[in-house]
Ligand binder design. Structure first.
Ligand SMILES: Cc1cc2nc3c(=O)[nH]c(=O)nc-3n(C[C@H](O)[C@H](O)[C@H](O)COP(=O)(O)OP(=O)(O)OC[C@H]3O[C@@H](n4cnc5c(N)ncnc54)[C@H](O)[C@@H]3O)c2cc1C
Length: 434
């Protein structure tokens, strides 16, 4: 099957459409093939191009480069998280390992932005972990302890503070962490595409259908051509499993999000003219909701087991209704028809929320599974998997590899059933927060 994405993502539609799209139409040989051109694959390609200026580096994507989850996310570049999928790394030591990786991820993005002078609506305004439920205070106090022990600056906030800062009366309790950045994910990833080095050949709308290892090379079949490569990096994240990679360690989850049009002056005044902000839920299945700097509201309140290749318009429409309700709950004074677009995106999860960063054969490498931290961590992992594939070691690789490996998952249908049940349970627990 081939990825068929909707064309309704506001972040993508903010950008100028690209021209000169090249697809794979013949047989090719190369030194390096990278499959997947999101943050991970684009960073891997950029790093390989620096390391091997005279080698042939191919980067392929099933759709337009960067227009998968890397453009479709909520745009939080995180330094800390409370929930990763279903888990939350309660032990201090594990939490620190995770946060060390996030820190390196933020540094990787900062380096890229500085080097190429990228404008991606960067805002170091921190983020909120918020709940409408007073009883979630206990969770936030525990989280606050963890943050304090690790030296993350933060404040506990009440309904009154939140109403002033967010323009909604909905939340009763929150932690604001000073670290963490809000950005425009589409602008960021587009800059990564636009600045690809010359010795990287990009082929788009070219889906890898099958691959196999033959002696020391990897043979990859596409619709209109085959590629023989000496080394391959799989950077397909939510599509790792469908390519038969680490199938018992990761699974795809489909998320949907909606974005409103910009609020009018009157609408913006009616909610108290807040500065840009981003809220993450305290309960795992609650809504992520964000006010952008151009006064649009983004909401993401679904995560589900779904066919990762396509979501039909009628299915998106149903989810959009849910998202309208989520916005109305928080901003009852706003009109009903302000949602401008709804889209889906695919992420990859592991059971214990650890990422995948691995060599699985002497010339096959994989990086993926970042839950809600792929902006920074994907960018970091892309660079570092390229270095690992060059048989080098860095401090960053040591930090990445210090984290636990993903744990084993049962095969389908048990896996799907288990994940669906867990998602339903979490959704019920978070029903007030959706
Ligand atoms: C709604 C939503 C909200 C999110 N919010 C956040 C957030 O706020 N912060 C954050 O850090 N992360 C967030 N994420 C997660 C983040 O977007 C991902 O972790 C990140 O995009 C992963 O980057 P990637 O390059 O590994 O994968 P992707 O961006 O998914 O790129 C993988 C690429 O592989 C391609 N591909 C797949 N199969 C094939 C094939 N067979 N042949 C060729 N190419 C193939 C795909 O077309 C795709 O372009 C969110 C995701 C979604 C969907």
């Amino acid at each position: 099957m081939e990825v068929v994405n909707d064309n309704t993502c506001s972040w993508i539609n903010d950008l100028t459409p690209r021209s000169n799209i090249q697809t794979l139409t013949s047989d090719l040989d190369c030194e390096w093939l990278i499959v997947g051109a999101g943050y991970t694959g684009l960073s891997a390609a950029r790093k390989l191009a620096q390391l091997y200026p005279n080698q042939k580096i191919l980067l392929v994507d099933a759709q337009l480069a960067g227009e998968g989850a890397s453009s479709r996310n909520s745009g939080y570049l995180v330094d800390t998280t409370l929930n990763d999928g279903f888990t939350s790394n309660r032990e201090l030591d594990n939490y620190k390992k995770k946060a060390d990786i996030y820190k390196l991820g933020i540094e990787a993005i900062k380096r890229f932005i500085k080097e190429y002078q990228v404008d991606c609506d960067w805002n170091e305004c921190g983020k909120y972990f918020a709940s409408s439920k007073e009883e979630d205070k206990k969770i936030l106090e525990n989280f606050s302890n963890t943050l304090s022990k690790l030296g993350f600056e933060h404040n506990l906030l009440s309904n009154k503070d939140l109403k002033k800062r967010l323009g909604t009366n909905f939340y009763n309790i929150a932690i604001h962490t000073k670290g963490g950045i809000l950005l425009h994910p589409g602008k960021l990833v587009r800059a990564m595409v636009d600045t690809l080095p010359e010795n990287v050949s990009l082929y788009e709308n070219s889906s890898l259908l099958k691959w196999k290892k033959v002696n020391d090379i990897v043979v990859c079949n596409f619709k209109n051509g085959n590629v023989k490569t000496k080394k391959i990096i799989f950077a397909t994240n939510g599509f790792l499993k469908s390519l038969g990679i680490k199938s018992n360690y990761n699974f795809p989850i489909t998320l949907t999000a909606s974005m409103t049009r910009s609020l009018t002056d009157a609408e913006f005044n009616s909610i108290g003219k807040p500065n840009e902000w981003g809220v993450l839920p305290v309960r795992p299945m609650g809504a992520t909701i964000r006010m952008t700097k151009d006064r649009r509201i983004l909401i993401r309140n679904t995560a589900e087991v779904h066919n990762p290749y396509k979501m039909y318009k009628s299915e998106l429409d149903k989810r959009s209704i849910n998202q309208k309700i989520g916005i109305k709950k928080r901003f009852p004074q706003l009109p009903d028809d302000i949602i401008q677009s709804t889209w889906s995106g695919i992420v990859s999860r592991t059971r214990n929320s650890s990422q995948i960063f691995e060599k699985i054969g002497n010339n096959i490498f994989i990086a993926g599974c970042y839950n809600g931290s792929g902006i920074g961590v994907g960018t970091l992992f892309g660079e570092q998997i390229a270095i690992k594939a060059s048989n080098e070691i860095t401090k960053e690789i040591q930090t990445i590899e210090a984290r636990n490996k993903p744990t084993w998952l049962p095969p389908d249908p048990f896996l799907s059933l288990g994940v669906k049940t867990r998602l339903i349970y979490e959704r019920i627990r978070a029903r007030s927060e959706i």
